[in-house]
Design a binder for this molecule. Sequence first.
Ligand code: B12
Length: 214
Amino acid sequence: MEKAEYMKKAAQCVIDADEDAVKALARQYLDDGYDPIEMIEQGLSDGIRKLGDLFDRGEVFLPHLIIASEAMTSAVGILEKSLPKDQVGKKLAKVVLGTIEGDVHDIGKGIVATMLRVYGFEVIDLGRDVPIATFVEKAKEVDAQVVGTSALMTTTMAGQKALEKALEEAGLRDRVTTMVGGAATTEHWAAKIGANFWAESAGDTVMKLKEIFS
Ligand code: B12
């Protein structure tokens, strides 16, 4: 099968919330020797975003979205297993990562964590719905060089701004690079709250962090 066809099918499987089909497709895609990252960042991500639009328009409902997310997560799991393991030797930087308090969206953040590990960063993934104080405590405890937060909702974006202030108050702001991402955020938002940078995808995150730490 052509790669473009795989991408279309992967998106459709996610839209259909068909876990068995998307897992089988991911395995077949790997057997054909294609790049796992492309299926994650294009096919599967396109599918879940399209489903988000349908959800927005009231054409699908939350249970469907939940099952589709689980299907996507399973397929990502299969594809991630074929990525090279964490690079041994010296890590480029220590990154504390998580989704802001009140927000349970973690698919994108998980992809960012995986990609950063593949490209030589040490990632401490705090998970989702993470309180601001936890980011600060962890950054201090592990002496992180980077703190990254994901926000998918307009309501939780505010937490990214609060984190900037909390890091400042803890005397850590000058020692860490902050990065923000997630569908609710923009480059403009990052500049407005004083974050060091925004990235639109996991690939973009790796590129921007490597510019700083290579
Ligand atoms: C899947 C999904 C869910 C799943 C989440 C499952 C999970 N484990 O993550 C479930 C079904 C649980 C869910 C629940 C809800 N959801 Co929802 N969800 C989505 C959906 C469709 C896709 C999100 C996603 O996974 N995208 C795919 C990933 C790969 O993309 P991404 O997250 O953007 O990540 C990429 C980049 O942004 C970047 N990135 C991500 N994080 C980071 C971090 C850093 C540091 C950097 C640098 C980069 C970076 O790299 C990633 C990889 O390339 C979006 C729609 C959308 N268009 O985003 C709605 C959406 C985010 N959800 C929405 C809503 C409203 C909800 C609910 C409130 C619904 C409800 N009524 O209960 C609840 C929220 C509960 C809560 N408190 O959090 C709204 C938010 C509206 C708003 N503007 O505030 C959206 C936009 C849908 C909509 N159009 O209405 N949701």
